[in-house]
Design a protein around this ligand. Structure first.
Ligand code: PLP
Length: 385
């Protein structure tokens, strides 16, 4: 069967299996070698030095390119390294437009680089027709989209924004960390580049920090591959090995976790101690219709605002047993995060207020545990506040 016609679940399970150069091992062995023996002077080899190319990292890159339906991928040391790599496509006079409520560390890194004149930067509203119109009032070179946004799950219309970007010759870049390619494939919606913190759903076991960038053309991949190698932003072989292992069960994990997330969102929405639930799978969510049209599921991330203040949030978290207070997301285990003091603290209070990150807002990364246990944990903690 032509690889192009394989379903995503088949791609992630089969990527790299039975490679004839690896003793026909069904599971490709981990290749830690930093350097490779060459045949003769002047004869190029595919693998020479592991910063440039490594067999284990290549297997992960191939799998990522296949499931995102791209031309090629670069595996990086983290999600932040992936974004660092992408912005190296920009020149100092180029304008980058990014969502005003993007991931806090992305916000901080982009702001700091713009201050150093690496590129020009404008934070924009991408969630309304008016906002998009204003965002394009000046011609950008690159448009960054993060949908659903972190932490209040705003939905940006990838197709509409990518079409506008294309019309003015700008590249569209999508951070697809929150959904994974199982639930959203931005390249098929018109984006040029998609990137991930593979730390999250792709690895899925909370034991690797990594990233990856997938492009829709050879030309873009060549440029990114050059910068990944030149800057040394590449992912380690062992991390790639673990991520590829995690990827094998991506579809099963993501589907179970999103089933749990929907049941939790529905329970929280009807609870008297909750003021707001942000989950794109709820018809009450402002981005529900666009999410339903561009996503293949609503994901396992949701945020909840409790009635009360930061102390209410603190007491609620303290009363939980299964949901652990932690920074990350996308693992098999359920986690809870207080964005105002954790992931989004670097935004500063003004930007947080604009982004809707209140002191009583909590973000849940729903895991694959039994739903009855998760619901009972949350109900118990709500009863305690
Ligand atoms: N993008 C999003 C949406 C994230 O949530 C994160 C991390 O939380 C990143 C990017 C950065 O990824 P990493 O922590 O792997 O550098």
């Amino acid at each position: 069967m032509d690889k192009k016609n394989r379903k995503r679940r088949t791609c992630v399970v089969q990527a790299g299996l039975g490679d004839p150069v690896n003793y026909r091992a069904v599971i490709p062995p981990l290749c830690l070698s930093s350097t490779f023996q060459m045949d003769e002077i002047g004869k190029k080899a595919v693998h020479e030095y592991s910063r440039t190319r490594n067999p284990t990292r290549d297997h992960l890159a191939q799998a990522m390119a296949e499931i995102e339906k791209g031309y090629g991928a670069c595996v990086t040391a983290s999600g932040m390294a992936a974004l660092t790599l992408i912005v190296h496509l920009l020149n100092p006079e180029d304008l980058l437009i990014a969502p005003y409520d993007c991931y806090g560390r992305s916000y901080r890194m982009l702001s700091a680089l713009a201050e150093k004149k690496h590129f020009r930067l404008k934070f924009v509203d991408q969630y309304s027709a008016k906002g998009i119109e204003e965002a394009f009032s000046e011609t950008p070179k690159m448009v960054l989209i993060e949908t659903p946004s972190n932490p209040v799950m705003r939905i940006a219309d990838i197709k509409a924004i990518a079409a506008k970007a294309k019309a003015c010759g700008a590249l569209t870049v999508v951070d697809n960390t929150f959904l994974s390619p199982m639930l959203q494939q931005p390249l098929t919606l018109g984006a040029d580049i998609v990137y991930h913190s593979t730390t999250k759903f792709l690895n899925g076991h909370s034991d690797v920090v990594g990233g990856c960038v997938v492009t829709n053309t050879k030309e873009l991949w060549d440029q990114l591959d050059f910068w990944a190698n030149s800057l040394g932003l590449i992912g380690a072989p062992f991390d790639s090995y673990l991520t590829l292992r995690g990827l094998r069960t991506l579809e099963l994990r993501v589907h179970r976790a999103q089933e749990n997330a929907l049941a939790i969102a529905q329970m929280l929405e009807s609870h008297p101690k909750v003021s707001k639930v942000y989950y794109p799978g709820l018809p009450s969510h402002a981005g529900h219709t666009i999410a339903a049209s561009q996503q293949e599921g609503f994901g396992a991330m949701l945020s909840v605002e409790l009635k009360g203040d930061q102390d209410t949030a603190r007491r609620f978290v303290a009363a939980l047993n299964l949901f652990r207070l932690a920074q990350s997301l996308g693992g098999t285990e359920s986690l809870i995060n207080h964005p105002a003091s954790m992931t989004h603290v670097s935004m500063g209070p003004e930007a947080r207020e604009k982004a809707g990150v209140t002191d009583q807002l909590l973000r849940l990364s729903v895991g694959i545990e039994h739903i009855e246990d998760l619901l009972s944990d949350l109900r118990g903690a709500l009863a305690a506040v």
